[in-house]
Design a protein around this ligand. Structure first.
Ligand code: ADP
Ligand code: MG
Length: 253
């Protein structure tokens, strides 16, 4: 049985609470994500996918409901504790890579470790080089990010997301700006990291071809979970079992 990484219970989110502009964006989201899951989050634009990712990533707090990450009830944590939990548990990859363009690939990947201050520079550099090797970019480690292709930049962003060895990587349309071939390389890279390191991935995508290659697809519509492929599979297997158990002996048997 897979171990729980995080649980959302009745998570609601409203923006501009108590003002005329109040907008209820997420409604009663219940979701459990297990260690090692590789999930796609799909749904129409404006359905609340990024809002959900921001809440799971501890970048924003829900209006109500309970979010538990690695056994921590996040509503009980102050901002400093949330920052620590985020820093050591969660990596982010966005549609736009947010690299520092004048810095080299290596410097960009080293950055979170240097900010953390627990890493001596040499150790940070060695670890960053190892991550660049994992994403296939050793040869361009010293190139400034601005001289790299979109696909390479996104691979640097993935290496950077992995620096603190997170349990979970949240990727918000990570292939949205890429051509089909680069999108495929970036997707396969995330899949490899998932298989090799056991890192959990939650990937927002509009690309159904990529979504179908994930282990589980969650569809959000109007701030609610509309479908969860795990439930569909569970339902279809219980329906299959029911069908089998109701099948009486055939005539002549
Ligand atoms: P998606 O990522 O699925 O496109 P979002 O989570 O970005 O959807 O947005 C869901 C809804 O919440 C949209 O109607 C959007 O306009 C609204 N929204 C998102 N962020 C904010 C914000 N900071 N303030 C007010 N409304 C917001
Ligand atoms: Mg979005």
């Amino acid at each position: 049985m897979a171990e729980n990484l995080l649980t959302l219970e009745k998570i609601c989110k409203a923006y501009n609470l108590g003002t005329a502009a109040q907008a209820e964006v997420l409604h009663d989201i219940d979701l459990t994500i297990c260690k090692g899951d590789f999930l796609a989050l799909i749904g129409p634009s404006g359905s609340g996918k990024s809002t959900l990712l921001n809440i799971v990533g501890l970048l924003d707090r829900p209006t109500s409901g309970r979010l538990t990450i690695k056994g921590n009830h996040t509503s009980e944590l102050d901002d400093a504790a949330l920052t620590r939990l985020r820093g050591h548990s969660i990596g982010f990859v966005f549609q736009y890579h947010y690299l520092i363009s004048a810095f080299t690939a290596l410097e960009n990947v080293m950055m979170p470790m240097l900010v953390d201050q627990h890493f001596p520079t040499k150790e940070a550099e060695d670890h960053a080089m190892e991550l660049l090797r994992q994403v296939g970019l050793t040869a361009v480690a010293d190139n400034p990010a601005m001289n790299m292709s979109g696909g390479q930049q996104q691979r640097v962003a993935i290496a950077r997301a992995l620096t603190m060895n997170p349990d979970l990587v949240l990727a918000d349309e990570p292939t949205g700006n890429l051509d089909t071939k680069s999108a495929n390389v970036v997707f396969e890279l995330m899949r490899d990291v998932n298989r090799q390191n056991g890192t959990t991935f939650l990937i927002v995508t509009h690309n159904m071809e990529l979504a179908r290659r994930c282990d589980r697809i969650i569809e959000v519509v109007d701030g609610r979970i509309h479908t969860d492929s795990t439930e569909i599979l569970a339902m279809s297997s219980s329906l299959a079992k029911q069908a089998l158990s109701h099948k009486g002996p055939r005539h002549g048997e």
